[in-house]
Ligand binder design. Structure first.
Ligand code: FAD
Ligand code: NAD
Length: 478
């Protein structure tokens, strides 16, 4: 006999647990099934984001940034610290405790909202029957009127340098190093490469990033990417572009990476290597015999704009479907699907998904870049405000970076905002709100911002679109 639910959610990562909580809040009888087992062998909720993604990486980014500040940035402010040294075990324990608090918090939220949680691996069989195999191997079935599939993603491995879980690791391994590698190679200078490269570089590693593409951060604004590449170099990240790893040898405790670039073939030895070349949907074991979930050309579950799959009453959200692999994008999709199941008609606005790289300064953007607008033949104008001209940035020694507002040349509607700044992840939220409300650059320019704040930089960049910024030299007089 099987248990019957109105909604069954497969996966309790951010996309799945948001879907489950919202469905239960709306009065739907909901079950959420997850198979995650942590490093200590215990089942935990929260998926990649809470266990080995957003949260532990930000805990280490924040702690390593404070270490770096204490070591080298406080003296000019008149703060004497004595010799600063690292206790990596305590830093890692601190990270683990944060993860534990949050994953337990998700379990508490699901319970408080009346979601039933089942621990085990779910397989979608025909007729919306879900076969659940618990961690002891015992199977049972549940049925549901609607199924929301949120199985997430996993790291991509490359043949030239397969991971061994010890010297050659993925992001999960790199979040758990018990000692600071003297030399650290990172394959891929994308989001994970830069964030984890920053962590270990601040803690003392010599970090080299080998990036296959000739261009740095192609999805980011070109002006910002160029400035970021220079700054990260000054911070100690050795970023080599156009570098393709062709082979690896493990020799006397070192990993020798052989890579080729426009100058030929090179070999470089590291104590440890992180492979950070992207992630792919994790669909292992998801579909039973005869269940044919259509996939797109990238191997993601094919969905329409409302996350409907090719199967009736089966929806898919989060990293397993098209779009950026970001926690907040999955969360909004989960909520949208739950609300649509309850009869409402919300949409996700995919034009205003913010992206953030949590380096220091942070790089964040929303909407279109200048290159995209040129490709689409959309006329635009640009306002840029360098943080070096911000009183608050100067007062808090955070002058690196800039804020750029791009608006339509005729309507003045904001089309994109690009930020490289301390707290860029917070600043970009202001731009997302403005764009959600269809604001023009003039609207932002007419809005009052508290002084002194970094947010004033957004105000000034919006004013700069029409040449009216106060704190930078403008040519326009009216
Ligand atoms: P996941 O979080 O991957 O959750 C999927 C869940 O489904 C898992 O718990 C898994 O056990 C479960 N599952 C899968 N298949 C089954 C099955 N058949 N049966 C039962 N359970 C199943 N994003 C950001 O927005 N900001 C960040 O700062 C950020 N930092 C990151 C840092 C790192 C190092 C990494 C790796 C990722 C980061 N991300 C970040 C990306 C973010 O983690 C993902 O976008 C997000 O977790 C995706 O959510 P999801 O719910 O789709 O999938
Ligand atoms: P990514 O796509 O950001 O970067 C991968 C990089 O590796 C790219 O620059 C790519 O050109 C390069 N690459 C690919 N194959 C290569 C090869 N063989 N040799 C050298 N370079 C190669 O992917 P990621 O950094 O692995 O992150 C995975 C996902 O996790 C991303 O989609 C990202 O959105 C998400 N994530 C988000 C955050 C955040 O929001 N701050 C943080 C971490 C991860």
């Amino acid at each position: 006999m099987s248990d019957a639910y109105e909604v069954a959610v497969i996966g309790a990562g951010p996309a799945g647990y948001h879907a489950a909580i919202r469905a239960a809040q709306l009065g739907l009888k909901t079950v959420c099934i997850d198979r995650w087992i942590d490093a200590a062998g215990a089942p935990v909720l929260g998926g990649t984001c809470l266990n080995v993604g957003c949260i532990p990486s930000k805990a280490l980014l924040d702690a390593s940034h404070k270490f770096e500040q204490a070591r080298s940035e406080l003296k000019p402010l008149g703060i004497k610290t004595g010799k600063v040294s690292l206790d990596l075990k305590t830093m890692q324990d601190h990270k683990t405790q944060i993860v534990k608090n949050l994953t337990q918090g998700v379990a508490g939220l699901l319970k408080a909202n009346g979601v039933e949680v089942q621990l085990g691996s779910a397989r979608l069989d025909q007729g919306n029957v879900i076969n659940v195999t618990d961690n002891l191997g015992v199977e049972h079935q549940v049925t549901a009127g609607a199924v929301i599939v949120a199985p997430g993603s996993k790291p991509i491995d490359i043949g030239a340098c397969p991971m061994d879980g010890d010297q050659i690791v993925d992001s999960t391994g790199a979040l758990a190093f018990e000692a600071v590698p003297k030399t650290l190679g990172i394959i891929g200078a994308g989001v994970i490469g830069l964030e984890l490269g920053s962590v270990w570089s601040r803690l003392g590693s010599q970090v080299v990033l080998l990036e296959a593409l000739p261009e740095f951060l192609p999805a980011a604004d070109r002006q910002l990417a160029k400035a970021a590449l220079k700054l990260f170099g000054e911070q100690g990240l050795d970023i080599r572009l156009g570098a393709t790893v062709v082979n690896r040898h493990q020799n006397k405790g070192k990993v020798e990476l052989e890579y080729s670039d426009s100058d030929g073939t090179h070999t470089i030895a590291f104590d440890r290597v992180i492979v950070a070349v992207g992630r792919r949907p994790d669909l292992a074991g998801l579909c039973g015999d005869g269940v044919e979930l259509k996939l797109d050309e990238r191997g993601a579950i094919d969905v329409d704009q409302h996350c409907q799959t090719s199967l009736a009453n089966v929806f898919a959200v989060g990293d397993a479907v098209r779009g950026p692999m970001l926690a907040h994008k999955g969360m909004e999709e989960g909520i949208m699907v739950a609300e649509r199941l309850a009869g409402a008609k919300p949409q996700v606005n995919y034009d205003t998904v913010p992206s953030v790289i949590y380096t220091h300064p942070e790089i964040a953007w929303v909407g279109k870049s200048e290159i995209e607008l040129k490709q689409e033949d959309v006329p635009f104008k640009v306002g840029v405000f360098p943080l070096a001209a911000s009183g608050r940035a100067l007062a808090s020694s955070e002058t690196a970076g800039m804020i750029k507002v791009i608006a339509h040349a005729d309507s003045d509607r904001i089309l994109g905002v690009h930020v490289m700044a301390a707290h860029g992840s917070e600043l970009i939220a202001e731009a997302v709100i403005a764009m959600e409300f269809g604001a023009s650059a003039e609207d932002l320019g007419l809005t009052m911002f508290a002084h002194p704040t970094l947010s004033e930089g957004l105000h000034e960049a919006a004013l700069a679109v029409s040449g009216h910024a106060i704190h930078i030299a403008n040519r326009k007089r009216r």
